[in-house]
Design a protein around this ligand. Structure first.
Ligand SMILES: [Zn+2]
Length: 480
């Protein structure tokens, strides 16, 4: 077990209190020990993988390493992006993930951008299932000006007489990191204003200690340390950028535990009820690779695995070597597969963020393609001039053309500024505000074909096997 421990002793002056050390009149009873266990960006990775142990491994470690017994002193928190990922979660719109998190007794989660992937209806279905609330202090319903029903700005958990306030933040980048149409009714407002407003409200409601849980990257966490500290927040938990962070910055503890249940973060401290101070903070990131599995959680994971297998067991092809997520072969294959379904199109444009895992050596199941391209993105068909095309490709992945040695179509024909080209992209990329797809074609054809479907159909068509592997059909030539 790799274990990175960074113990420090900080004296936090929180809402009240002085800098002095614990006074001698403190008895043991006035010291309350609190343990925060934190994951973020779980992305549906409940299953064990080669190197990490999934949800059941985490639960086992919480019990054996952290002595987790389900008692109040443990706060189990998620930073959001819980369920979009491999088929075992995505295919069921996160139902499996939430069942697992309920069983692990999560107390609360921030709202990640991908919580909106299955629309508000999908989010509400999950919320109905959850035994824990979603928090965000900076999502505003545009029509009411209020925080929407699916979110609370903060919660207060009482632990042995100590009120721990937990304030949520959603990423202000959410409108272009999920399908924008899914969040069109909401505004994602300033972090600092939300912190100021709701720290005060939480304190007025009796919070003794404040924790901020944001679906925010390390640079954003850093930027918020000053305002967090000024408002009595002692810990900022982050996410979204899948970073490993465990440090004291400007007197605030910052933690982020990577992604995909590969690790958890732990922050432990004591609250002194007499001096009203949170003291003796320690924090660490613990890797989930002890290879010991909690049977209750494993049973749930296995149940969903079986259901996934039943529904997606179909073998559609064969790879004699692993095709890696970020490889040129993978990127070209995804872009090129669309021409199988849309042979009259000239160019395809997608983004690397939509490609989420490897295709492993061996049989290729439907399940592996759902995990590879897990989003509910649909293919649009646009008509663009050469000049517009060259502008909108930006640094996206491209099929049917190259930018090496000039802008040319796949057959070597130059792309002429004034000629018109049929271009495929996803409704997701089209709806991003920082590119000009919509400016150049405001009436694209929505094919209603999911961006993964052509790849599935093409692989099936190739009828691949160990003697005719998919790898033989891949193009490893860079196009940029
Ligand atoms: Zn995210």
């Amino acid at each position: 077990m790799r274990r990175l421990i960074i113990p420090i002793c900080l004296t936090f002056i929180l809402l009240f209190g002085s800098c002095e050390n614990k006074s001698s009149e403190n008895s043991e009873n006035n010291i309350v020990n609190i343990v925060v266990i934190y994951t973020n960006d779980e992305h549906g990775w409940i299953e064990p993988t080669d190197n990490y142990d999934g949800a059941s491994g985490l639960m086992s470690m919480w019990k054996s390493v952290e002595a987790y017994d389900g008692s109040d002193k443990y706060l189990i928190i998620s930073g959001g992006d819980m369920w979009t990922g491999p088929a075992v979660s995505t295919w069921f719109q996160g139902e499996s993930m939430v069942e697992v998190m309920n069983a692990m007794e999560y107390d609360v989660s921030a709202i990640g951008n991908h919580e909106f992937d299955f629309k508000i209806e999908g989010l509400n279905n999950r919320l109905e299932q959850m035994n824990f609330p979603l928090i965000s202090a900076n999502i505003i319903n545009k029509s009411t000006g209020e925080i929407p029903d699916f979110a609370k700005p903060y919660i207060i958990k009482e632990i042995e007489g100590v009120n721990v306030g937990i304030i949520g933040l959603a990423s202000i980048h959410t409108p272009y990191t999920t399908a924008p149409v899914n969040v069109v009714d909401f505004e994602f407002t300033s972090y600092s204003e939300a912190i100021e407003e709701y720290s005060l409200k939480a304190k007025n409601e009796g919070a003794d200690v404040l924790i901020l849980v944001g679906h925010i990257c390390e640079y954003e966490m850093e930027e918020l340390t000053t305002i967090a500290k000024a408002n009595g927040i002692s810990i900022i938990c982050g996410g979204h950028c899948h970073q490993v962070v465990a440090k004291d910055s400007n007197g605030v503890i910052l933690i982020q535990a990577g992604a995909n249940m590969k690790a958890y973060a732990k922050v432990e401290f004591n609250y002194n009820k007499l001096t009203k101070e949170a003291v003796n903070f320690t924090y660490e990131i613990v890797t989930n690779n002890q290879h010991d599995f909690d049977s209750e959680i494993l049973d749930i994971v296995n149940y969903w695995n079986d259901r996934t297998d039943e529904e997606l067991a179909e073998i559609i092809g064969y790879a004699d070597e692993t095709i890696y997520q970020s490889s040129t072969e993978m990127q070209n294959m995804v872009c090129d597969s669309w021409f199988y379904s849309f042979p009259n199109a000239d160019v395809s444009i997608t983004n690397s963020g939509g490609i989420r895992q490897n295709i492993n050596q061996g049989d290729i199941s439907l399940e592996s393609i759902v995990g590879l391209l897990p989003f509910e993105n649909f293919i649009l068909e646009l008509e663009l001039t050469g000049e517009e095309l060259i502008e909108v490709i930006d640094d996206f992945l491209i099929g049917g053309m190259t930018t090496i040695g000039g802008f040319n179509l796949h057959d070597g024909t130059p792309i002429y500024n004034d000629s018109t080209y049929t271009v495929l992209t996803t409704d997701y990329l089209y709806s991003l505000s920082d590119n000009n797809f919509a400016l150049y074609d405001d009436e694209p054809i929505n094919t209603s074909v999911n961006y993964r479907q052509p790849l599935i159909d093409w692989i099936k068509f190739l009828n691949t096997s160990s003697t005719n592997p998919l790898n033989d059909y891949l193009d490893n030539q860079p196009r940029r």
